[in-house]
Design a protein around this ligand. Structure first.
Ligand code: 2KA
Ligand code: SF4
Ligand code: MG
Length: 237
């Protein structure tokens, strides 16, 4: 049984739906509706959304129709599916993506996934569905050594990504950066590479030096704008 869905009512376990500007990645600064699903299969040491999985509880349950209604009220053409890990339940993600794909005003659906989930069925869905083909972009995290979850990374995903997708290396230390560089050399094929400094763990200036010294000139720095604007711990922004 899919424990993130209330089977009787087909309700999805949720944390929050809010509108803000995208804080990270290639679309940073763009007004975006955030849909944060409850549940995560990883436990990163420095996780900033611990309220999005057990032992916390879902804040509410919502049907796909209710989520689409809220996204329509906000009206942003950009939607971020996040968590927790938004692709834990294929059934839920499938229903939600199909619904979002059908809303004409939505042009960009980016999925913040934690790097451990096999993206094969989701890439197939994107290939097979005309709406989703236009709209869906994966933003795949690579969790480094400092997360304690590095061995859970699914390296096969690198072969599935396209130029529209993003691969975000979260960096907390020089050791994390050196591993990221090796992984890029060995597995990278397509997609915008992002380096994101962990708040309070590594100075952005140090990360920029590492990037430039390594001649990773196709990679981009991604700062978490929402933390700069609203602080480290504020939810719903
Ligand atoms: N503004 C803003 N941008 C974000 N980009 C990714 C986020 C996330 O929590 O996945 C996030 C978030 O929580 N807020
Ligand atoms: S994958 Fe994301 S939500 Fe899950 S524990 Fe790691 S940082 Fe937190
Ligand atoms: Mg966040």
């Amino acid at each position: 049984m899919d424990n993130l869905t209330d089977v009787k009512n087909n309700q999805i376990a949720m944390v929050e739906i809010f509108q803000s500007i995208e804080g990270e990645g290639t679309k940073a600064g763009t007004p975006t509706t955030f849909i944060r699903l409850f549940g995560c299969n990883l436990r990163c040491s420095w996780c900033d959304t611990k309220y999005s999985y057990e032992p916390d509880k879902p804040r509410f349950y919502a049907s796909v129709e209710q989520i689409l209604e809220q996204a329509t009220t906000y009206g942003s053409s950009s939607v971020c599916l996040t968590g927790g890990e938004p692709l834990l339940s294929f059934k839920n993600a499938y229903a939600l993506l199909l619904g979002l794909g059908e809303l004409d005003f939505i042009k960009d659906i980016h999925i913040e996934t934690n790097g451990s989930i096999d993206l094969t069925p989701y890439c197939k869905l994107r290939n097979d569905n005309a709406n989703l083909n236009q709209k869906v972009r994966f933003v795949v995290d690579y969790k480094p050594i400092s997360s304690g979850q590095n061995e859970k990374m699914n390296l096969n995903n690198f072969s599935l990504l396209s130029n529209r997708d993003e691969i975000k290396f979260v960096i907390g230390s020089e050791e994390d950066f050196l591993l990221a560089r090796t992984v890029i050399e060995q597995y990278y094929q397509s997609g915008q590479i992002l380096f994101s400094p962990l708040w309070g763990k590594i100075e952005p200036a140090r990360l920029v030096s590492l990037m430039l010294d390594s001649k990773l000139l196709h990679a981009r720095l991604s700062l978490q704008l929402h933390k700069m604007i609203w602080g480290q711990d504020k939810e719903g922004v």
